[in-house]
Design a protein around this ligand. Structure first.
Ligand code: ZN
Length: 397
């Protein structure tokens, strides 16, 4: 809970008192409103004295006069109530605002936006959508914010086609220089993710052609977009065109995305259907050169051992340790020396450490998990989860 009832009541009492004082000064209040204030104010106190905090909050909320000077107080109060989960009350406050004729167009739009936020919080997406569509069409000041909230509505409903259309509008406004400040994640990145969601739905339906077209479209603004590249590499591999799959994979290798065991499995699958037997080793060497990570060093050593023997693998691993100290690489060398002594206690400790599951972490909120999510379950950001390796890899360097 962000604010307890006691603090909320203090806020309300002060807000009503401030509004009333302004009203008595003759600022934009008619006689009827001025006359109403004290009775609701004292009714609120009666509720308080009777220990009925909920009733007191309602009475003080009603007593809060709406005018130009108290609009921000209403908006802030509604926002506090929404964050407390009291969405019905927030809706009542904002609907009350909209009935007031003395508000300017900008203030009405601001109230519309708040009401739409309440509807989203309440899961009333249809009502939020209508308000936001109107707002996006009517207000220059609030159109980008309304469009961002429309994306929230469409994401919640998994309406990816509608979400792509709104992302396109944001991209067009951005290109035309109409967006004062970027809000949230770049619209280009969001568009790519929405198209990938559609591509994966097409794959589930067995529509491989459609999925390929959608993945290609997702690369329009971001040619290195990981999710679409991975999708295309897998798709081309299943088509039997492993050369095209490898081309997509090379672009992933050249991007700044950290290699994961999942990527290596895909690379192995792509290489194993090609005639060149050394292709996997050559590809790993190329990958390690671009990204000298412990995971790649260990995979490359495994392949070297299979093709050139244990000594070549160990020499390579020791060489990497000189350039980049890594606990997991050092542990693997120790384990290689202990291979014939399976029951040694130190071996069991290393075995447990090296078999620890890998870990993924969200850059935005710190959420950690054992698998990649394209959308963080913690903060709802797209593609903010990155591979951190296993417990030993995380402690390298
Ligand atoms: Zn997150």
């Amino acid at each position: 809970m962000i604010l307890n009832n006691g603090l909320l009541l203090i806020l309300l009492v002060l807000a009503v008192a401030a509004g009333w004082t302004l009203g008595r000064g003759g600022l934009r209040m008619d006689g009827k409103e001025r006359a109403q204030l004290p009775s609701q104010y004292y009714r609120g106190f009666n509720f308080l004295l009777d220990g009925e905090e909920e009733g007191a909050v309602d009475a003080f909320t009603e007593a809060l006069a709406v005018n130009e000077d108290t609009l921000d107080t209403h908006i802030a109060l509604g926002s506090v109530l929404r964050k407390r989960g009291e969405v019905d009350r927030a809706i009542r406050i904002h609907q009350n605002l909209l009935k007031r004729p003395q508000l300017t167009a900008v203030q009405l739009h601001q109230s519309h936006l708040e009401l739409a936020r309440d509807f989203i919080a309440a899961g009333l997406y249809d009502r939020a959508e209508q308000l936001l569509l109107d707002l996006a069409g009517q207000s220059t000041d609030f159109s980008a914010t309304a469009q961002r909230h429309l994306l929230d509505v469409y994401e919640a409903q998994r309406d990816w086609v509608a979400a792509v259309a709104i992302a396109e509008q944001l991209i067009a406004a951005d290109t035309a220089g109409h967006l004062a400040a970027a809000q949230g994640q770049p619209a280009q990145q969001l568009r790519g993710q929405y198209l990938c969601e559609q591509a994966e739905a097409a794959l589930e339906r067995g529509d491989l052609q459609g999925a390929g077209d959608l993945y290609e479209d997702a690369l329009r603004d971001q040619p290195r977009e990981l999710r679409a590249r991975l999708g295309l590499a897998r798709l081309r591999l299943s088509d039997g065109d492993s050369a095209a799959a490898l081309e997509h994979f090379h672009i992933i290798m050249g991007s700044d995305r950290t290699c994961t065991p999942e990527f290596l499995m895909l690379l192995f699958d792509i290489c194993s259907v090609q005639e060149d037997e050394a292709l996997y080793l050559v590809s790993l060497e190329r990958y390690y050169e671009a990204q000298p990570s412990p995971l790649l060093a260990l995979s490359l050593a495994e392949e070297l051992e299979a093709r050139q023997g244990k000594q070549a693998a160990e020499a390579f691993l020791r060489e990497t340790l000189v350039k980049q100290p890594s606990v997991s690489v050092a542990a693997s060398l120790v384990l290689k020396g202990l291979q014939s002594e399976a029951s040694l206690p130190e071996r069991q400790v290393f075995d447990r450490l090296t078999s620890a599951e890998q870990d993924y972490r969200c850059d935005h909120c710190g959420f950690t998990g054992k698998a990649r999510h394209w959308r963080c379950p913690g903060c709802r950001h797209w593609d903010s989860i990155h591979y951190r390796g296993d417990a030993l890899e995380q402690s390298h360097g």
